[in-house]
Design a protein around this ligand. Structure first.
Ligand code: B12
Ligand SMILES: *[C@@H]1O[C@H](CO)[C@@H](O)[C@H](O)[C@H]1NC(C)=O
Ligand SMILES: *[C@@H]1O[C@H](CO)[C@@H](O)[C@H](O)[C@H]1NC(C)=O
Ligand SMILES: *[C@@H]1O[C@H](CO)[C@@H](O)[C@H](O)[C@H]1NC(C)=O
Length: 131
């Protein structure tokens, strides 16, 4: 049992360390673009929980019925591989895939949707592309 003094000291430390509350949300945007057909971009707003992964934000967005949908497969080494977005599937024959970009200078993410932890206010671009 913590004494009230210890408890408030612990709380103060938590506040000073900048640790957000367990239910804090990090807003992000998801931008769906197609560099093969140049179809119009679609932008969605969603959020991740504190240090949450991109896949979590994508699931939340899909569940909110705003017209965003996606599928993924499980790679035994790297985890979730994004297969389709809004009904458009990647195709080995056409050498197309969904590229993951982080728009803060448009950097290619160096991990997949299951590993990437978005920063606050970041725009994540899901770009249909050829390799
Ligand atoms: C070729 C390749 C691709 C090709 C695969 C298709 C093809 N047929 O060529 C394409 C261009 C599609 C690709 C895409 C991506 N890739 Co890649 N890719 C590679 C690469 C250079 C070789 C893989 C390979 O052929 N291995 C040999 C075969 C025989 O083994 P395999 O198990 O069958 O290989 C499959 C998996 O590697 C899978 N795959 C490839 N990339 C990725 C990424 C993720 C996250 C997953 C789950 C699976 C996966 O596709 C391969 C073919 O089916 C490796 C680096 C390396 N030298 O290994 C990076 C690598 C695996 N890719 C990586 C990344 C980050 C990505 C992207 C997320 C990049 C991006 N920002 O968009 C995307 C995936 C996005 C999505 N849709 O989920 C990272 C994974 C690191 C990690 N821990 O997540 C690696 C290690 C390169 C790096 N940056 O360090 N990739
Ligand atoms: C979609 O957005 C990207 C930047 O994220 C921009 O470069 C591109 O021109 C846009 N495409 C269309 C068709 O508006
Ligand atoms: C942009 O995103 C990359 C990839 O996550 C990150 O490493 C980098 O620190 C970010 N840059 C800025 C200026 O936010
Ligand atoms: C994100 O945007 C909100 C609203 O514009 C702002 O209050 C907040 O400071 C921003 N956070 C970061 C880390 O940029």
């Amino acid at each position: 049992m913590m004494t009230p003094t210890l408890l408030s000291a612990a709380l103060l430390l938590l506040l000073l360390s900048g640790a957000p509350a367990a239910d804090s949300q990090t807003p992000i945007s998801i931008n769906v673009m197609n560099s093969v057909t140049n179809a119009p971009n679609q932008t969605y707003s969603t959020h991740v929980v504190f240090r949450g992964i991109l896949l979590g934000a994508m699931r939340r967005l899909q569940a909110s019925n705003v017209g965003f949908s996606f599928t993924y497969s499980e790679d035994s080494n790297y985890g979730p591989f994004l297969e389709s977005v809004n009904g458009l599937d990647r195709c080995s024959h056409d050498r197309t895939y969904w590229e993951l970009l982080v728009k803060n200078g448009t950097v290619t993410a160096d991990v997949g949707i299951g590993c990437y932890i978005p920063n606050a206010n970041e725009t994540i671009v899901l770009n249909f592309k050829q390799y």
